[in-house]
Design a binder for this molecule. Sequence first.
Ligand code: ADP
Ligand code: ZN
Length: 613
Amino acid sequence: MDTPAMQTPHHMLKTLFGYDAFRHHQAEIIDALLAGRDVLTLMPTGGGKSICYQIPALLRPGTGIVISPLIALMQDQADALRQLGVRAALLNSSLDAKAQRQVEQQLLAGELDILYMAPERLLNDWTLDLLARCDIALFAIDEAHCVSQWGHDFRKEYQQLSMLHERYPKVPRIALTATADVRTRGEIVSQLALQQAQVFINSFDRPNIHYAIAESGGGRDALWKFLCEQHPADAGIVYCLSRNGVDGTSQWLNDKGREALPYHAGLPQDVRQRHQQRFLREEGLIMVATIAFGMGIDKPDVRFVAHMNLPKNIEAYYQETGRAGRDGLPADAWMSYGLKDVINLRLFTDNSDAEEQFKRVMHQKTDAMLGLCELTSCRRQALLAYFDEQLAEPCGNCDNCINPPETWDATIAAQKALSCVYRTGEGFGAQYVIHVLLGKEDERISRNGHDMLSTFNIGGEHSGAEWRGIFRQLIAHGYLAADAEGFGVLRLTPKAWGLLKKSSNPQPVMLRRLRKPPREKVGKKRSGSAARQSLSDQDQALFEALRALRSRLAKEQNVPPYVIFPDRTLNELAVSRPATQAQMLDVSGVGEVKRERYGEDFLNEIRQFESGA
Ligand code: ADP
Ligand code: ZN
């Protein structure tokens, strides 16, 4: 691409990317790189990290080298840049010898603006030799947290990247990540040998994501209701714990008429790849997956992430839900969990044969996860606090903010429940104990003589469902432990004894009241597709027409639809309805190259709609 020396970053933002203003610290980061300095930047997913290195790579002489572990993504990223007229390419194991030679020639001829490669590719002698013979504008090291050997994404090649500093002391480097605690940040700087790096840290918050955690036993039905009400035609991810859960749920969704694809480690590699590709390229698909799916899923218009089971900890929950709404438009993080999930998570921690110290950490993490579920105040405040960030006010965009749960003094119910666990000899699961409390006629209960207990039939003031909610919360709050030996057998914890002792004057036990389904409607209404809820019916119809056009254009070129235009741009086109090429340029996300390529197609579609509608 020709970049006249007079170009400023801001001018490039407008003419190339079609955006009016820089976000977060983008402008400062770009300035630092243009001045030849090293940078470490932490930005939440969807914050706009790419522009931070793309613009300086274009403005500095030479090629910008982007190092990323996510090979599957490189093609889409390069495609997206080519759509803007940027000369982008990639080097990875998917290229054959001929394609590789072509990239080599382009690079040496100075015909590449940006080149993506995996770290192992960068480190081999052939590449190092090649890079030694060309001009390099900068190095961008994406997913820089992979350098940390304590993290779950550790890549040993990342630790060798410090040699970039030795070989190219004058070339600025930028390390980017969306997840790094204080320790990891230090590791990135030292392992990569960043020199007097300027550090830019943004909030972890993802304000466009609506968090909701529903206490429901009715897993799939609750999911179906959520899909019908909030996302009748949107793309999203449904996470299940097991492969069976994935297969069953995706089949079930297809039977109900929603197109869904399974993804888990038990499927052949080519099936997984095909499903991932379809999810990226087609509109409105649901991916039903285990946690094997996700790392590097860069689809910006994932409108919801649904969890059918509890994630193991808050880190996992935040990372998985973070895959929703990368484009900044409204998106949902939805979860449904019940008594069984809570027991399973506790059992999982207890059962692992990890060392004591590790187990203690796991217990704390489990507690934090369960605490988040049972929380009665703002979820976002709690999530951010977990990552050491304070949010001054409740967010107004989570289930607890929108529809505050009622709490009630459950001290007496808790005492009844705990005492019934004790009197039945701490040898049974929740369901059995609840039957005793409710005085159910049950052959097993009478055989055990438990119909003679003082706690038999003393719980009639609550329904079975309410008791399950009470037990779930007592386990979550640590009054009851699920025994690792016998599956789901409950026993009392020391905390429980504090509540049972007559002499003590216990703190009241405050629990969430079970939400009755109709009450969900109370409070602010959130219905229709979350991304487009602000559109009128007319605009919505035009949006759909534009989306269909985008799909056609994408298919012709075999690229994902969002590299043509993101949803946000379609939204704006549907509302502002430009009539001329010049007006088209006022729409966010439309730069000069895209106006030239697609302006006429989209203007035509709008004209047709207006004359026909
Ligand atoms: P990240 O890599 O941080 O997850 P991306 O770089 O993919 O995020 O950017 C997310 C989306 O935001 C992209 O669609 C991008 O074009 C858009 N974007 C980036 N910077 C801006 C900006 N200054 N104004 C408007 N949109 C932006
Ligand atoms: Zn909130």
